[in-house]
Design a protein around this ligand. Structure first.
Ligand SMILES: O=C(COP(=O)(O)O)[C@H](O)[C@H](O)COP(=O)(O)O
Ligand SMILES: [Mg+2]
Length: 489
């Protein structure tokens, strides 16, 4: 069906405001002749209408219910600049290879949104509409954020450039590890893991998403022992080290108290989980900015609504919101590890975090050109089931401005935690050296690692223990458009 060619059906004049129910497309939420303004926010939704529901009407309903409409005509529209405030669906395309699904492009006037508030933005664009009965499913795939709107956000408090300057670490990915087991260690044993991992060569260690203040280890214990470990590791290595102290808690007051204590102890970084919510994230961002602190975001919970392609919110949209909201680190996928991560889709997430400007690139899932208007860049974090033997692939897929985090892949090392950290550091440095020498480090990767391992027993053992570990499963969240060969000019 060529849905694109349906003409405008907007009813105009006094008939528009007669009491009663009128289809959304007649109420003015379908405007195929509309050209979005530079200042409009644009959303791309994947709409799956119920059987028998016209895709244009379903898409117009999404525009209506995410902006000004209700289910019936209301005369009070006439007290407003209704034509301006109505979101306008201006284009509907069938999704390639997915029968019954449509991409609906919807433009929203900038005045519909409070400046600098992710909560306000999301209350509109994902507020009610995902439960609308005429739709089987709905997914927010991408957004174009106008520069005028981007400029109302402060963005990441530190950014990649300043983070590297503060840490005095350049020209290579940073290395981290999530302390394992996730739950159950006492403060003192937890601190031992942190010390060994940092002393062995990592830059960062990290609390896991669900480490807060449990009976086996209250938060102050954790902070005290972690910072003792950080300070000792710094003294032993002469390098700046950090441990992401997770300040996630039940209330803002608790989070501020924990963050203040982290600062008092000299930490360079604090951590929050995505589940704390957008307002709390923006508040913590303000705190981090005021206190010269790196703010690490673990995307705990995101897969509940980002992973399935037909319903929810794409992680590329969450990445955009988080760059606006202002976090310095965000978990963005590993490609090769244990968790969901199609290579091309993941590339799109990384570009959103790290580029000044994103050109539309359908094969990476990026539908719009996006200018970031000099907002700081977010350091993506690759974490989840990665190990030293994948170093060449990690650098190939994820580049240089990234934190590579090996939890099990450090702490599970047969010779112990320090050895696990050393294996990762040596593998990384060998690979970066090979890259800098202009070698084809991707295809020669296994050889480069083997050569480095010849003089590094910890790396040799890591490669041996984990050599067969791969997570080769089909990706759920792959792009809808495949790259096409372009004939030579
Ligand atoms: O605990 C881990 C990783 O542990 P390990 O390194 O032992 O696998 C993190 O919570 C996940 O990486 C989160 O996933 P994501 O980074 O995809 O959000
Ligand atoms: Mg975890």
């Amino acid at each position: 069906m060529n849905v694109q060619n349906e003409k405008s059906m907007t009813v105009r004049g006094k008939d528009r405001y007669k009491s009663g129910v009128m289809s959304y497309k007649k109420m003015g939420y379908w405007e195929p002749d509309y050209t979005p303004k530079d200042t409009d926010v644009i959303c791309l939704f994947r709409v799956t209408p119920q059987d028998g529901v016209d895709p244009i009407e379903a898409s117009a309903a999404v525009a209506g219910e995410s902006s000004t409409a209700t289910w019936t005509v209301v005369w009070t529209d006439r007290l407003t600049a209704a034509e301006k405030y109505r979101a306008k669906c201006y284009r509907v395309d069938p999704v390639p290879g997915a029968e019954g699904q449509y991409f609906a492009y919807i433009a929203y006037d900038l005045d519909l949104f409070e400046p600098g508030s992710i909560s306000n933005l999301t209350a509109s664009v994902i507020g009610n509409v995902f439960g609308f009965k005429p739709l089987k499913a709905l997914r927010l795939e991408d957004m174009r954020l106008p520069v005028a709107y981007v400029k109302t956000f402060k963005g990441p408090p530190t950014g990649i450039v300043v983070e590297r300057e503060r840490l005095d670490k350049f020209g290579r990915p940073l290395l981290g590890a999530t302390v394992k087991p996730k739950l159950g260690l006492s403060g003192r044993n937890y601190g031992r893991v942190v010390y060994e991992a940092l002393k062995g060569g990592l830059d960062f260690t990290k609390d896991d998403e669900n480490i807060n203040s449990q009976p086996f280890m209250h938060w102050r214990e954790r902070f005290l022992y972690c910072m003792e470990a950080v300070n000792r590791a710094q003294a032993a290595t002469g390098e700046i080290k950090g441990s992401y102290l997770n300040v996630t808690a039940a209330t803002m007051e608790d989070m501020y108290e924990r963050a203040e204590f982290a600062k008092e102890l000299g930490s360079v970084v604090v951590m929050i989980d995505l589940v704390i919510g957008y307002t709390a994230i923006q508040s913590m961002s303000n705190w981090a900015r005021k206190n010269d602190m790196i703010l690490h975001l673990h995307r705990a919970g995101h897969s509940t609504y980002t992973r399935q392609r037909s319903h929810g919110v794409s992680f590329r949209v969450i990445s955009k919101w988080m760059r606006l909201a202002g976090v310095d680190h965000i978990h963005a996928g590993t490609v090769v590890g244990k968790l969901e991560g199609d290579p091309l889709t993941t590339r799109g997430f990384y570009d959103i975090c790290r580029e000044e400007y994103n050109p539309a690139q359908l094969e990476h899932g990026i539908f719009f050109d996006q200018n970031w208007a000099s907002l700081n860049k977010v350091m993506p974090v690759a974490s989840g089931g990665i190990h030293a033997g994948q170093m060449h692939q990690l650098i190939q897929h994820l580049g240089e401005d990234v934190v590579l985090q090996f939890g099990g892949g450090t702490i599970g090392h047969p010779m112990g935690i320090q050895a696990g950290a050393t294996a990762n550091r040596v593998a990384l440095e060998a690979m970066i050296l090979a890259r800098n020498e202009g070698r084809d480090y991707v295809s020669e990767g296994p050889e480069i690692l083997a050569k480095a391992a010849a003089s590094c027993t910890p790396l040799k053992q890591a490669l041996e223990v984990w050599k067969d570990v791969t997570f080769d499963y089909a990706s759920t969240d792959a792009p809808d458009y495949v790259p096409t060969a372009v004939p030579a000019a």
